[in-house]
Write a protein that binds this ligand. Structure first.
Ligand code: SAH
Length: 248
C-alpha cells in the first residue's frame, strides 16, 4: 500500500508537506495552548513534523497515520532525532475510517481531507476519535482570489473552481456544520514557495541520480513546467490554512 510515486519523489526532502513553514507550525502549536499529555491524532501525518515538534515542545502524545511508506519511515526517524519516539507513534496505513482506540484532545487532518471524502466527511471521521470539548484541526486550501476560468483552477492543481471556497465561504461552512472556529493560522505566498519550490531542487537531484528510471521523462517534464505553473497559478490564487474547530 502506498501513495502515487510522484509524491514520494517530489516531496522526499520535505519535512512539512504543505505551505506551512516551521514558524507557522510552531505558531499553531502555541495558539492551541496544548496541555502536557494531550493526545493528538493526525490523519495523513506525512513525515510527522507536527506531532514530533509538538511532542518536543508541548509534551503531547501523538498518533499519526499515513499511507506513504517513505513519509512514515521519515516520521519515525524524525521522532528518534527529536528524542520523542516514546511519545509519538506512526502507523503506515490508509487513514480512511481510522478511529483511535482512546479518545483524543486534538484530532487533525492537515492537507489531506480527501481521506474523509472532503472537509465535512473528514470532520465527521475525526469527531469519532475526539473527546468532548476536543479540538479538530483541518488544513485546507481556499481561493485567495476566485480563478477567472476553469483552466486557471486546473493550473492551481484543482479539478475545478468548485473544489475550493473563498476564505469567508470556508469559514461560513464551519458555521453551517455547527462548529466554532476557535483558532486559525494561515499560510502565505512564501510558504507556498517553500512547499512548491523545494520540489524543484529535489526533482533536479533525483534526475541526476536516476537518469535511466522509467519515471525520468515525467520528472523532467515537471521540472521544466512547474516553476512557471507555480508562479502563474498556485502562488497567486491559492491560499491555505489550518482551522481549529470545536463542536457548539
Ligand atoms: N499532514 C502532513 C502531510 C500532508 S500531505 C503535513 O502537513 O506535512 C498529504 C498526506 O496524506 C501525505 O503524507 C500522503 O501520504 C497522505 N495520504 C494520502 N492519502 C492517504 C490515506 N488514504 N490515508 C493516509 N494518508 C494518506
Amino acid at each position: 500500500m502506498d501513495i502515487p510515486r510522484i509524491f514520494n519523489v517530489t516531496e522526499s526532502a520535505h519535512r512539512i508537506h504543505n505551505p506551512f513553514t516551521p514558524d507557522k507550525l510552531a505558531t499553531l502549536g502555541a495558539a492551541l495552548r496544548l496541555e502536557p499529555g494531550t493526545r493528538v491524532l493526525d490523519l495523513g501525518s506525512g513525515s510527522g513534523e507536527m506531532l514530533c515538534t509538538w511532542a518536543r515542545d508541548y509534551d503531547i502524545i501523538g498518533t499519526g497515520v499515513d499511507m506513504s511508506r517513505l513519509f512514515s519511515d521519515q516520521a519515525k526517524r524524525r521522532a528518534e532525532e527529536l528524542g520523542v519516539a516514546d511519545r509519538v507513534e506512526f502507523i503506515h496505513g490508509d487513514a480512511a475510517g481510522y478511529v483511535a482506540d482512546e479518545k483524543v484532545g486534538v484530532a487533525a487532518c492537515v492537507g489531506a481531507t480527501w481521506i474523509g471524502g472532503g472537509v465535512a466527511g473528514t470532520i465527521a471521521l475525526l469527531t469519532k476519535s475526539l473527546s468532548s470539548n476536543g479540538i479538530i484541526l483541518i488544513g485546507e486550501p481556499y481561493w485567495r482570489q476566485l480563478p477567472p476560468t476553469e483552466d486557471v483552477a486546473k493550473g492551481c492543481g484543482a479539478r475545478s473552481i468548485s473544489d475550493f471556497l473563498l476564505l469567508p465561504e470556508l469559514v461560513a461552512s464551519f458555521d453551517n456544520l455547527n462548529l466554532d472556529l476557535v483558532e486559525m493560522v494561515l499560510a502565505n505566498q512564501d510558504g507556498w514557495d517553500r512547499y512548491e519550490a523545494a520540489k524543484w531542487l529535489t526533482m533536479r537531484r533525483w534526475l541526476e541520480e536516476n537518469p535511466d528510471d522509467d519515471f525520468a521523462k515525467e520528472i523532467r517534464e515537471r521540472l521544466t513546467s512547474e516553476p512557471r505553473r507555480h508562479v502563474a497559478y498556485t502562488r497567486e490564487y491559492l491560499g491555505w490554512g489550518v482551522f481549529a474547530l470545536m463542536a457548539r
